[in-house]
Design a protein around this ligand. Sequence first.
Ligand code: SF4
Length: 266
Amino acid sequence: MDKGLIFDIRRYSVHDGPGIRTTVFFKGCPLNCLWCHNPESIGFDPQNIRRVRNLNGRSCMVDEVVGKTATVDDVMREILKDRLFFEESGGGVTFSGGEPLAQPAFLNALLEQCAGAGLHTALDTSGYAPPEVFLQSCSRADVLLFDIKSANREKHIRHAGVDNVPLIDNLLALTGDGPCIYIRVPVIPGFNNTPGDMLAIAEIAGRIRARVEGVDLLPFHRLGRQKYEALSMVLPPAYGPDITDGEMDELMHVFSAAGFRVKKGG
Ligand code: SF4
């Protein structure tokens, strides 16, 4: 497939893998996390969104479309503009979403083109894909940013919309050669913010310990909530209260005590 649906290409990211990165956001996600702060990433079609824009010095509401079809060549042209930043910072390209594995042919074509151009690649995924699709794309990436939201199956179904067992099975199948792995955990108050939740995730990561470079805990924020209204989507229930620095330190300690390098991500 030489084209796919994306909703953004963001430059100069320092939170999506090593160095300075350009992140390509695929549109469409089979999960439906109630805390999702990129709700425009969930739907598999372009969507209308109301945005505030500055027109001739005045703030105005304008209707725009989020999501556009792009060819592999279109995306590569944008990526290659940033080659100098990648070279100077040890960075590269990150494919995120949404869920990049939901458009595997487009993703694989981009991973191959990046490899051919000598660019470092990272794949940011929930792991939701048939096992053969997951392994095939992983084998083409340099780094895997694997999101684990909860080890608890029932909670995962209720809050993220899908069973977590196939996702975790995919992760645990990464036993041979392949990308180094960073486990990324969004820390959501009232959902997974207890040491017990983190311990259960650390136990999963421990089963592929040799492949795991580190763990990033990503603090919850509410920045995306106004987007639901702008997209005419139903506003999900609020999570809260916010997690304090002390609580975050306690959760990070669970991973460091289990022998993982851990940091607070952006
Ligand atoms: S996996 Fe990520 S993009 Fe998909 S719904 Fe959950 S938070 Fe949103």
